[in-house]
Design a binder for this molecule. Structure first.
Ligand SMILES: [Zn+2]
Length: 294
């Protein structure tokens, strides 16, 4: 059975034709600059045509970087796509593509991808964190995606960690206001430190650089510890671009343990994603057959 997965990101729009959990064909373009809803829908529609002109895919799943309503029809909040808020994104895409379309939060898609054929294979209860522009989160409980009473569960990037930095969501002190590419770029710029994030990770032994990373990593560790205490997962899986920073797991683990109660320390299983950037694509492609747990 073939299906299509779309991963809408702030910088790139990616798509894949997926067959039995494997990517058969893929496409990647820059996200339309104006981020106008109609332009985005048109770009997704064109990508679908390129990936599957003959219409062999049974459904299209879209991973979206923002909070969605319970019915997965509209976008509630998306700092990178403010024009899509309250826009009937799923219906408009379905009408334009003339295919069955489903949307889901992108980190939830990554969790489903890892569950189907990645680092969470065989697990029933785990947390997925995507470390990119911000921090995305997904929860799988009892083998199903857990979305909460209103569809917004799993937003671990918005866990308050005791600082006052303003988050892109508008509230102060959230973890992704300190950890994530956007927050780090801002913190390094304010400290007068130049360089890209991968380079600054390698230079994290330098005094000024260490200070910024320490604060950011502590925020991430606190968010992970909070989620672990609430959900008692079998594993915490880290994906997204920043998760590929060499030695991140080794650096992060003692910080998480520091904020963790002893019984939880023994069961902490912090892992890296096995599918990388393909997790959200594969998870999105499988949305047509996913049963959501609320
Ligand atoms: Zn927030």
């Amino acid at each position: 059975m073939k299906s299509l997965g779309i991963d809408l990101g702030g910088h790139f729009l990616k798509g894949a034709l997926v067959e039995e959990g494997a990517i058969a064909k893929r496409q990647k373009i820059s996200t339309p600059r104006g981020r106008d809803p109609e332009e985005i829908v048109a770009a997704i529609s064109a990508m679908i045509q390129k990936l599957d002109a003959e219409g062999s895919a049974v459904s299209v799943g879209i991973g979206f970087p923002g909070m969605l309503d319970r019915t997965r029809e509209t976008v509630l909040q998306a700092p990178n796509f403010p024009l899509l808020e309250n826009y009937p994104f799923r219906t408009r895409t379905q009408e334009t593509c003339r295919r069955k379309v489903l949307i889901e939060n992108d980190a939830n898609c990554a969790a489903l991808g890892e569950l189907a054929c990645g680092g969470a294979r065989g697990l029933s209860d785990f947390i997925m964190l995507t470390l990119g522009t911000g921090i995305g989160g997904g929860i799988v409980s009892g083998g199903h995606l857990f979305t909460g009473a209103h569809g917004k569960a799993g937003e671990m990037g918005h866990v308050p960690v005791g600082e006052e930095a303003l988050c892109a969501c508008g509230a102060p002190g959230h973890a992704e206001a300190l950890f994530g590419a956007d927050a780090l770029k801002k913190a390094f710029a304010e400290a007068g430190i130049k360089g890209g994030i991968p380079d600054l990770w390698l230079r994290r032994g330098e005094p000024g650089v260490t200070k910024v990373w320490d604060l950011a990593l502590d925020a991430l560790a606190r968010a992970i510890a909070a989620a672990v205490h609430i959900l008692d997962p079998q594993a915490v899986i880290l994906g997204g671009g920043l998760s590929r920073s060499s030695g991140l797991l080794e650096t992060l683990r003692p910080l998480v343990l520091r904020h963790t109660a002893p019984p939880f320390r023994e069961t902490l299983d912090l892992r890296l994603s096995l599918l990388g950037d393909d997790a959200a694509l594969i998870g999105a492609a499988g949305l047509g057959k996913t049963i959501r747990m609320t």
